[in-house]
Design a protein around this ligand. Sequence first.
Ligand code: AMP
Ligand code: GLY
Length: 423
Amino acid sequence: MNILILGSGGRECTLAWKLAQSKKCGQLFIAPGNAGTVKYGKNLQLNPLDFDQVKQAVINNNIQLVIVGPEDPLVRGIHDFFLEDKDLQNIPVIGPQKLAAQLEGSKEFAKEFMYRHQIPTAQYKSFTLGSLNEGFDFLETLKAPYVLKADGLAAGKGVLILNDLEEAKRELEEMLAQEKFGEASSKVVIEEFLDGIEMSSFVLTDSENYVILPNAKDYKRIGEGDKGLNTGGMGAISPVPFADKEFLTKVEERVIIPTIKGLKKDNISYVGFIFIGLIRVNNEPFVIEYNVRMGDPETEVVIPRIKSDLVELFTATAEKKLDSFVLDLDQRSATTVMLVSGGYPEAYEKGMEISGLENINDSLVFHAGTKLVDSKVLTSGGRVLAVTSFGEDFRQALDQSYKNIEKIKFDKMNYRKDIGFDL
Ligand code: AMP
Ligand code: GLY
C-alpha cells in the first residue's frame, strides 16, 4: 500500500519512521517532509493546504492511504475535498472532516460540544465585539487568574492567562476590537481558571469504535521551571506517572466515551486522532481542549511505544474495524527532548549546520525543522530535532536522551534540561 503523510515536523517524521517498518507499507511519501523523513520515504515538495496539488500527488503516485499530520488542512476541509472528488473518494484519509475539525478550529464549538454531552470542562461564556461590555461584566464575576481564548486557530498563541482584572479587560478589548489574533479573535471564550496538573490522552477512532493510545505530558514553555513564552512543545513523557488506573478509568468513562458517543449523537463522522488536553483537579479530569490531530512532540513518545503495526492500525481505522484491534504497547517509559534554535519561540536564525547525528546510540532522533542542502543537514525551523529514548522509568529514559544530546551540535542550539521536573 502506498501511503502519503502530509506535514513536515517531528510528528510526521515519527509517523514515517513507524510506517516504514511495516511490511504492508509500499512506497511512503511525505509532503513536504524534512531532512529526517527522507530516510523513511520520498519527500514531495507540495503545500498540504493546496488540495489540487495534493490530488495530483495522490494520483501520480497511486496513493492508497493519506495521513494528515497538522490541523490546518483538516480545518480547511481536506477530508471533505477527498470525499467530494470522484477520483479520490475511495482513498481513506486519517483525519476528521471539516465539521469535526471545528473541535480544534473553534473553542466555542468545542465548549458547546462538551456542555451538550456533559463532558467536564471549565465554565465559560463567549463574546464578540457587540457584547464587549457583557464580557467586562462577566470578567467581574470571576476570580483571578482570567483565561481568555481566541475562538479560532492562532498557532498556539491565542490563550491568555492574566492575573489582573484591568489587564484582562484591556486584552479582551484588544482581541475583539483590534483583532489581536486576526480573525481568530473576532470571538473570545472567557473561562474559569482550573488549577491542576496537565496531561493529554490520545484516541484513534473509526467513528464507531476507538482505541486509546499511550498518554503523554508535554512541556510547553521555553524556559526551565515552565517559565517564559509558550512554544509548540519542548519535550514530552509517556506514560504520565501520576495517571494511575483509577484516574484513567475516569478519563475513559467521563471524557472519552462521552466524546465518541457525542460525535455520533451529533451526526459528526470522525475518522482520525483525537488529542484531549486534560487537567487533573482534585483527582478529577477536566478537558482543557480538543485537538483533531496528534500532538507534537507527544507523537515522538506515543508512537514509539506502539508495538503494533501502524499500517494495520490505520487500515482497521479506515475499515471501521477498530473494535477487533488489539493494541500492543511497549510498557517502558519514553521521553523526548526538543532541540530548538536560539531565540525560538521569538525570532531565530535558520540554516545552521547540524553535526553529530551519526554518533547517537540508543536514542531515536526525529527531525522537526531541518532540511537537506548539498547532503548537509541544516536547521530550518524553531524546533529542530526531537531526541527520544526509552527507559524503565522516565528518569532513566531522560538520562539517555540528555547523554545523546551532548553529541549533537548546531550554532545557538537550546533545549530544556528539566523535562519531567514537576513529576
Ligand atoms: P489551550 O490552547 O486551550 O490548550 O490552552 C493553552 C494552555 O492554557 C493550556 O495548555 C493550559 O496550560 C492553559 N489553560 C487553558 N485553559 C485553562 C483553564 N481553564 N484553566 C487553567 N489553565 C488553562
Ligand atoms: N504539543 C502540543 C500540541 O501539539 O498542540
